[in-house]
Every structure is written in structure tokens, then in C-alpha cells.
Design a binder for this molecule. Structure first.
Ligand SMILES: NC(=O)c1ccc[n+]([C@@H]2O[C@H](COP(=O)([O-])OP(=O)(O)OC[C@H]3O[C@@H](n4cnc5c(N)ncnc54)[C@H](OP(=O)(O)O)[C@@H]3O)[C@@H](O)[C@H]2O)c1
Length: 346
């Protein structure tokens, strides 16, 4: 595209006030803004897919509780996105290249070419596959818990973006049994039937300790925690001696508004079983992304892995509703928003 045929405006989603409880559409606005023309060494990217995740809600708090700063008020939100270069003033990126970056929640973005990671379109069936939560699941399951043959694995929050990939990683690495927890019978069924979990309990069905004990009568050797709270406490009780815990998230404290992020640790049980507890943070370094994408593409090619995802259509204007629905637990897997409207507008 020549400079004069480039779009001059774009849509973006801004945080207008900080929610103190549930997120509503009042806290966000969709604004039409002028789009800066790319300057020397810059590119203009048309955003095409964006990842939705509960963590965006935490980033709306003044104190996020995460190793990331809060979203500033009055400015566009940010998040993981893939798009296509439509103008380039840098030799490292050409028009038509697919790129991944963190400037989501808007239809276009201009910036220095180095801020965009080039991706190979041929690697996956669609660009949205680059937005999987795999780097986090891989770091936790393999880097932290070192899952392998013979393990009995429990993944809490198994229908989340991270959890739905973490369980499959354990299966593909030879775990003997992969158990999950989810928030409905339908989600539990999907995890077993489509993703290959061995058994999944609905955490509404009773105390987590009873439900987990029933599915893992001989104990668990690996725990990948996305939920915290009662499920963490249950995992400590059911853990076998030497079990490894990868502590990824605390959804019951993040989305549930309870103190699930501060579960009680039965210290005597942890000491006597010599548990390894490894909290971790994945910052999606280029190496982490590349390692995961290679592994993911290989397993997909061998038909051993599914990209568990929900596609939400409707463009940037749909983003606030998509996040609210996600927080109300209406989706499962990795939730990806298609940033093009039905009529092709953005
Ligand atoms: N350590 C790291 O580097 C890192 C990186 C990324 C994400 N994380 C963390 O990993 C966790 C999963 O992230 P994600 O982006 O994959 O999540 P997500 O896709 O946003 O998960 C949404 C799902 O979480 C479940 N959920 C919501 N509220 C819950 C509650 N109160 N108790 C239990 N489950 C609840 C719901 O599933 P059900 O209806 O099945 O319950 C919901 O559909 C989060 O805690 C996130 O902050 C950590």
C-alpha cells in the first residue's frame, strides 16, 4: 500500500474506570482514533487475531498482583496479537509478513519493526495458533514439573487456555494418568473426549479433596495448578512422596474474588512428603515461544495434539463483551477474538 492509501483511523478499546468487582461494559470504551503514519524504521500492522485471558482483569486493578504493571486509565489496553504487515519502512519485515506482538485491543498498530516478531504462516493451520498459551503450559509442565513417563498428573482449571494445553503436554510426554478439574459437565466431557484427559471432575460436585481422591486413589506425582484455594490444599493431601508442583495461577482468587490466591499450606504434609513447590512466571521470551511452537507444530502434525480454542467473531468492538463472557466462564480453551467484523470492517 502507498502511504496515501493507508488507513488513517482505527478502533481501540480503552479502560475508562477501574472495576472493583465484576467487569462490565461501563469500564471499557471503544474509541475511533487517528492512526499515525509509519515513520523511518517502522511498520504498520493490521491486527487480525487477539488472545483473550482472565489475566486482563487483574491488569485493570491498580495493584495487579502479577509481575506486570496495571493498564493505564484512558489508554488502549494491550495484549497478545497476530497480524499482517501492510506497510514497512524496515528491511527486516515485508508487506504481507505475519507478525506477533503485544499491541492488541486495537485494529491497527504502528511501531518500530523490532517490536514485532515475524512468524512463518506455514507452521500452523491458521495464524490464531500462534496465540496458544503453550509457552506457559510448557514451562510449567516440563521446565518446572519435569513431567514424564509414569506420572499421575492433576491439572486444576483444566479447561482454561493454559490448563487445556498443560494436560495434553503431560499425555504426550507419557504420563500414566492425567486428571483435571473443570467448572461444568460439558467442559469435563470435552477434556476427556477431545483432549484425551483420563478423568475430569466438576469442582461443583463436592469437596475437591474427595473428588480428587476418588480419581487418584494412589496419589498424584505432578500437580499443575491454575486455581489455588481448595484445589491446591487438596493436591497437597493427595500428593505422593516427592511430588512436583508447578504453580501457574490462582483463578479462584483472581476471578472468584475469594482468597483462593492464599491457600493454607499443610507444612507438615509438604515436609514429610518432601514436595517440590515451584511457582513460576512465563514472560514469553523469543526462545520460549520458538521452542513451544516447534513442539506444538510437531504434535499437531502427528495428530497427537488439539489446539483447544474458542473463536469469538465480531471485531474490536466485540472485545469487551468477549472478555466479560470469558470471566463469566462461558468459554473453554484458548479464547481468540477475530478482529474483523462480519462486513469486513474493523
Ligand atoms: N505463571 C504464568 O506465567 C502465567 C501465564 C499465563 C497465565 N497464568 C495464569 O494461569 C491461569 C490460567 O490462565 P488462562 O489465561 O489459561 O485462563 P483462562 O483461559 O482465562 O481461564 C478461564 C477459565 O478459568 C476457569 N475459572 C474461572 N474462574 C474460576 C474460579 N473462580 N475457580 C476455578 N476456575 C475458574 C473457568 O473454567 P471452568 O468453568 O472450567 O472453571 C474459565 O473458563 C490464570 O491463573 C493465569 O493468571 C500464569
Amino acid at each position: 500500500m502507498t502511504l496515501d492509501s493507508l488507513p488513517t483511523t482505527q478502533r481501540e478499546v480503552r479502560l475508562v474506570s477501574r472495576p472493583s468487582g465484576a467487569l462490565t461494559s461501563e469500564h471499557l470504551e471503544v474509541a475511533e482514533t487517528p492512526l499515525a503514519a509509519p515513520g523511518a524504521g517502522e511498520v504498520l500492522v493490521r491486527n487480525e487475531w487477539m488472545l483473550m485471558a482472565s489475566a486482563y482483569r487483574e491488569l485493570m486493578n491498580e495493584d495487579t498482583g502479577l509481575p506486570l504493571p496495571p493498564f493505564p486509565l484512558g489508554e488502549a489496553l494491550t495484549g497478545r496479537t497476530v497480524g499482517t504487515v501492510i506497510h514497512s519502512d524496515d528491511s527486516s519485515l515485508a508487506v504481507g509478513d505475519l507478525v506477533e506482538h503485544f499491541q492488541g485491543w486495537r485494529s491497527y498498530v504502528t511501531g518500530p519493526a523490532q517490536a514485532f516478531g515475524k512468524r512463518d504462516r506455514a507452521q500452523f493451520p491458521g495464524p490464531e495458533y500462534f496465540l496458544s498459551n503453550g509457552p506457559t503450559a510448557w514451562l510449567g509442565m516440563v521446565g518446572m514439573a519435569q513431567v514424564g513417563e509414569g506420572d499421575v498428573v492433576f491439572v486444576s482449571g483444566a479447561s482454561s487456555g493454559v490448563g487445556s494445553i498443560a494436560g495434553q503436554i503431560a499425555r504426550c510426554r507419557g504420563a500414566k494418568r492425567v486428571i483435571g478439574s473443570a467448572g461444568s459437565k460439558e467442559k469435563a466431557q470435552y477434556l476427556v473426549d477431545t483432549l484425551g484427559f483420563d478423568a475430569v471432575f466438576d469442582h461443583h460436585d463436592g469437596p475437591a479433596l474427595d473428588l480428587l481422591r476418588e480419581l487418584a486413589p494412589d496419589g498424584i506425582s505432578v500437580f499443575f495448578d491454575n486455581v489455588g484455594g481448595e484445589q491446591f490444599e487438596a493436591a497437597v493431601q493427595v500428593a505422593s512422596p516427592g511430588a512436583r508442583f508447578a504453580l501457574c495461577g490462582a483463578l479462584s482468587g483472581q476471578v472468584g474474588g475469594t482468597d483462593g490466591g492464599r491457600p493454607r499450606l499443610d507444612l507438615l504434609a509438604a515436609i514429610s512428603k518432601q514436595l517440590t513447590l515451584r511457582p513460576f512466571a512465563c514472560f514469553h521470551t523469543p526462545d520460549q515461544i520458538e521452542d513451544w511452537n516447534e513442539q506444538f507444530a510437531r504434535w499437531l502434525g502427528e495428530d497427537r495434539f488439539v489446539f483447544p480454542h474458542t473463536v469469538v467473531e465480531g471485531g474490536v468492538a466485540k472485545a469487551p463483551e468477549a472478555l466479560i463472557n470469558l470471566l463469566e466462564r462461558k468459554y473453554s480453551g484458548n479464547v481468540v477474538l477475530k478482529l474483523t467484523d462480519e462486513d469486513g470492517s474493523r
